[in-house]
Design a protein around this ligand. Structure first.
Ligand SMILES: [Zn+2]
Ligand SMILES: [Zn+2]
Length: 82
């Protein structure tokens, strides 16, 4: 599921509908950085500021799934005695 474009979302406050805004911009789409928003984070894969500020989805199209979380698994159970 693609995240909303932050830039268009912000600007849609001044128009009637977000979808209308998207329609009018079909020919000049926003960059992944613009879509990710002003508070975006750097994508660990493409090294661009394209991680969406709300959904943490890379707007540049990288797949960052649950199985590729950067944070390590914590709280592993201790080794049991054999
Ligand atoms: Zn946009
Ligand atoms: Zn990326």
């Amino acid at each position: 599921m693609m995240s909303s474009c932050e830039k268009c979302w912000q600007e849609s406050r001044f128009v009637d509908s977000y979808h209308e805004l998207l329609e009018s911009r079909k020919d000049s789409p926003c960059t992944p950085e613009e879509q990710a928003g002003p508070n975006a984070s750097e994508c660990p894969k493409c090294k661009r500021m394209t991680l969406h500020q709300h959904t943490r989805e890379c707007m540049n199209g990288c797949r960052i799934g649950e199985n590729e979380r950067s944070d390590r698994q914590a709280g592993k159970e201790g080794v049991k005695h054999g």
